[in-house]
Structures are given as C-alpha cells and as structure tokens.
Write a protein that binds this ligand. Sequence first.
Ligand SMILES: [Zn+2]
Length: 245
Amino acid sequence: MPVNALYRDDFYLSTTEAVVTAIHEDGGIELDQTCFYATSGGQPGDTGFFERADGSKIVLGQTKHGATKDIIVHVPLEGEALAAVGEKLVLHVDWPRRYRLMRMHTACHLLSVVCQYPITGAAVGEDESRVDFDMSETIDKDEVTAKMMALVKENHPVFVQWITDDELAANPGIVKSKNVRPPIGLGRVSLVCIGDNSAVDSQPCGGTHVSETQEVGAIYIAKIEKKGKENRRFRIRFGTPTDEA
Ligand SMILES: [Zn+2]
C-alpha cells in the first residue's frame, strides 16, 4: 500500500502520528504515513522509535523501501514488540542523527558545485561522507575545503522544486550522477536547488537537506583518494583540518 512519505515535503518533520497498514514476516512495519526517511540515493534510512498507546516503545533499527519506492518498511531491532495492523503509533525520528545526515548530504551537493566532474558514487554518513568523481586531475584538498566553506558562509537558500519525470527526461543535462539513478518512478522528481533562483546549483535528488547552507557548519575534505586512473574519492568530515591530528 503506497505510503504518504511526509519527509519528501518537509525535511524538518521529526515526529508524526501514523496507523499501521501491514506487518512483514520479519516484523517490518508499513504505515499510512511516515516522517522516517527510507535508505536511497546514498543516504541511510532513519532510526528512532515508535511510541504505542500504552507509552511503551518499539525501537527501529532501519528504514528501507519495499519492492517499489512508494513502499516504506520500518524495521524494528531484534527482540522488539510486534505492532498490530490498525494500531496507532507516534513516530519519533532520531533527530540528532538525521540532522547530521542532512548537513552531510547538503555538503555533498556543495562539493559537486566546487568539483564539477561527473559523480560515479556517493555515500552519506553521520561522521564522514564520500563522493566519487570521474576525474584524472589532482586537486588540492585544502583549496576544495576553502571553496566549500565559502559557499557555507555565503548562506545560500536550499530548496526543492518538483518537476515531472518527462521534464527530467527532456533535460538529461541536469543529472550530475553517472551511476546513481535520479529519483524517478514517483511521477515527479525533486530538484534540489541551491542559491536564489538556483544560481549555485540544481540537481535531481530524493534525499533530505538543510534549508540554508550555513546550517552545514564546519566541514572539510579529509582525503582525496585515487581509486583507479579516472576515479577520485573525496572524504568529507565535520570540523576543520586541524581536527585531523
Ligand atoms: Zn541530495
């Protein structure tokens, strides 16, 4: 049953009420609506807990898509109580974790602005993210850090614009990722835009992001690794290069 994925329209929604619509064999829970982000596009799914009517909790280990993108399965940790179909729950996303992922995810977009090469892979993490580029040049990581931090300090707005799958198909040039598929299949695609009138960047992405670049905070490129002749892996961390001691 298709879920109303509230996070697609509100990245800052950390709690909501929902009704259980299905229970999987492994205890996985489907809901009528959710603010839990499901793993996709290199961003890990949310963790957190569901609060039951009697006040007890079901702790979630991960959130993932089912057979299609409009199915979201919330997977409890082993040994957690089983929910029942029709049960009403109050959902609580582990917000400190999710907010770090939003800051990191936005930092990945800033890196793709500074480093304009095709992206071949990306993984957003709580402490470190990596982005792989199809490039053979050697560039200075401190220079990349300085340019990224300039974008952070300029405090550009970050917002979503929805276009149709057909509009995306007509404009293939806006897709920066070579191997990462844009979030199609919902009939509409979210373009993540940075800067007034998207002056800094816009690219299709179904992840969650902060609303102003300043929220990213201090980040730096910890490493640029050579992964093959034409592949460079950039590692982004929170903090400043002096934290690297
Ligand atoms: Zn994104």
